[in-house]
Design a protein around this ligand. Sequence first.
Ligand SMILES: Cc1cc2nc3c(=O)[nH]c(=O)nc-3n(C[C@H](O)[C@H](O)[C@H](O)COP(=O)(O)OP(=O)(O)OC[C@H]3O[C@@H](n4cnc5c(N)ncnc54)[C@H](O)[C@@H]3O)c2cc1C
Length: 453
Amino acid sequence: MNTSLWADQAELGINFPKLGHSLETDICIIGAGFTGLWTAYWLTELAPQLTITILEANFAGFGASGRNGGWFSALFPSDMDKIAMSSDATSAVALQKEMNANVVRSGEVISKLGIDCGWAHEGSLNIARNKAQLNRATAEIAYWRKWGFDGSDYRFIPKSEFENKYRITNQLGAIFTPHCARIQPAKLVKGLVNELTKRGVKIFEQSPVTDFSAHQVTVNGFQVKTNWVVRATEAYTANFKKYKRDVIPVYSLMIATEPMPEAIWDEIGLHGETFADLRHLLIYGQRTADNRFAFGGRGAPYHFASKISPELDRNPKVHTEIRKVLDELFPMIKPFKTTHTWGGPLGIPRDWYARVDFDEVNQIATGGSYVGDGVGTSALAGITIAEKIAGVDSIRQHLPWINRQSKKWEYEPIRWIGANVGLRVMGIADVEERITGKPSVAAQMFSPFIGHV
Ligand SMILES: Cc1cc2nc3c(=O)[nH]c(=O)nc-3n(C[C@H](O)[C@H](O)[C@H](O)COP(=O)(O)OP(=O)(O)OC[C@H]3O[C@@H](n4cnc5c(N)ncnc54)[C@H](O)[C@@H]3O)c2cc1C
């Protein structure tokens, strides 16, 4: 079985040789997910004279980049107050504006390269489905206004207007933002890989890096000598002993339905807009380019000692629960089968704050820790890393996600207990709010531990 619906459709798999000799290169990128691929893409644009080698443990798109929900969003996984607290208000606004611009810029690149990945830049809906969620929606709109973003960035669609367009149960209105595109992520991986190959980038698959330091990378028992090392291993970072407590891999799981007829979609009303509701335990969905629902959610447990393994990609209990939630939102789709179930790990740092790091002395760059918002953020990381290496100054070189320090995660078993209690509390909080209509006390108490403050 393949790693996702997307990987099946794009026929992801091994296409490049295993590294079987030592070599020298200007840039050595570890990991062929979006972070590694976008970094390589922007380097070929900004410094075409450099030789670039990508080393991938499995195959390009094996990780979260080939498995995700396909939201190419402008969501940065830390709120503006938290960003401003660690920098200043102007820098926080600049970061969000860059996230918004990043969607447009990446769409232009995808179109210029002719990558057919179902790109639909039609925005995103975050739906309120009980009173507590409605209160959160109102607060969120006020929050964006406080930070200077107007109705062209985030707008509340009242219930009556929403129901003229969409059919989703219990809706009380929704926040709409245009800053999101829907994609088929594995096709984007494939398109970028094809382009990079044409531009002379060397890719080696089944080539797991076991160690690296300044100018030196060890892989399959061979040495790669390089000027810059770029580590782009997100959730898999914990596999390196020296980074064991830097990020925890948390699984997100997804399902896809069979393609559904146009009449069903006319009733539902969705086109290229991605959708979620304002519950605590995240859900996310899209109508795919071939008229399925692809829908996912958190809820799978964190696995002891940051374990990552193919048998954890599928969890029948959680997958059944995810399908139940989808049927609850759209009861008219009950007759249509689930054709695919899958999942994968995403990386969460202790401070729940994505970052790009530059160790300029040793010339080691890192992008990752996107907390589930990595599809767009990895493209911003890629251009930021490429500019640094190419010596190009821009506003991106001064954004407040560069060279941040995060505490490390606790040792086990505290890490396991904390992460899983957090996930349970969020699930309980959603039930509490559905029943009482009031903001969950449990969620408020626990929010400092799950990055909400
Ligand atoms: C189910 C799911 C749904 C998601 N939905 C969304 C979404 O809709 N929108 C969104 O913004 N984000 C989403 N995310 C998160 C997003 O997909 C990731 O944050 C993003 O793809 C990370 O890209 P990356 O290149 O940094 O890491 P990855 O795509 O994980 O790539 C890392 C690569 O490094 C390789 N690797 C690891 N260790 C080594 C080593 N030692 N040597 C060589 N190679 C190595 C891996 O095999 C892998 O291919 C989702 C994640 C999951 C799992």
